[in-house]
Design a protein around this ligand. Structure first.
Ligand code: ZN
Ligand code: ZN
Length: 198
């Protein structure tokens, strides 16, 4: 499996593209849709996975799910947020999606040749999840290198975040972490240096 990342928007959000057997999964597609289509080099996206519903992670969801005729997976707890440009904003920046979404549940999720494990980790938003595949863990805005996601936006919850971090500490420390913003890291490094995980 090949993993590419694209950075876009004023919040420097990471969109991840996973490619295997000439099929692709898009995680948090945002920014310019042309940039994502170009990065796919003709490979078809077979699904869009959302780590959570925030405006800075969903910019291309409507366009790309229509373009590729593919399903969009989002946890139910973030559905209301993702569909409301009123709730889903920071200052004057907002976004929303209108296409139908498929329900994300904790546990195994197989889409084409991709076998994920989904972990439910609320706190940054009520519907934040992690996607694990092989040694890779896509963590959205739950953990960043040296930091964690804020809990003061709509549906954020500091005590749920604490529980989620406690759970993450029990995962395999060899996981490579792919955050929604900033560089890739490892769980081992974060357990050692991230003040919120120590
Ligand atoms: Zn977020
Ligand atoms: Zn974000």
């Amino acid at each position: 499996m090949e993993i590419k990342s694209l950075v876009s928007g004023s919040f420097q959000t990471n969109t991840y593209i996973l490619v295997k057997d000439q099929q692709a999964i898009l995680i948090d597609p945002t920014g310019k849709k042309e940039k994502i289509i170009e990065a796919l080099h003709g490979v078809k996206a077979i699904a869009i996975l959302l780590t959570h519903g925030h405006f800075d992670h969903i910019g291309c969801v409507d366009d790309l799910s229509t373009f590729y005729q593919c399903d969009v997976y989002l946890h139910d707890n973030d559905k209301e947020l993702a569909r409301s440009s009123h709730l889903n904003r920071l200052g004057n920046i907002s976004a929303s999606i209108s296409v139908a979404t498929k329900r994300l549940k904790e546990g195994p999720l197989t889409i084409g040749p991709f076998h994920f494990d989904v972990y439910f980790t609320p706190g940054h938003t009520a519907g934040s999840v992690l996607f694990a595949i092989d040694e890779h863990l896509f963590v959205g805005d739950v953990i960043f290198q040296g930091s964690i996601g804020r809990t003061d936006l709509y549906s954020g919850n500091a005590s749920l975040m604490k529980q989620s971090l406690k759970f993450i500490k029990t995962l395999n420390e060899d996981y490579i972490l792919y955050p929604g913003h900033g560089p890739t890291t490892t769980l081992k490094e974060e357990l050692q240096y991230n003040p919120f995980l120590r």
